[in-house]
Design a protein. Sequence first.
Length: 77
Amino acid sequence: MKKIIHHVRKQPEEVKRHILHLVTFFFGVVLVMFWFYSMGTTFTNSEVEQKAERELQPFSVLKNNIVNGYESIYGDN
């Protein structure tokens, strides 16, 4: 590992940036893959699905209030 670090330190700034971008992109892809995998396992559980519906209910009420307010101001043209 020390040899790799010393080798990278000797490289020009442009090469260091390319390495940084590649490493950042790689870890970003890995994180997104873990995220998608965890979403698939949690949403297939019916208990989690019911809990999500209960938690999202206030947002539907908020949406209805906004839509009704918009319609009351501008009418149903």
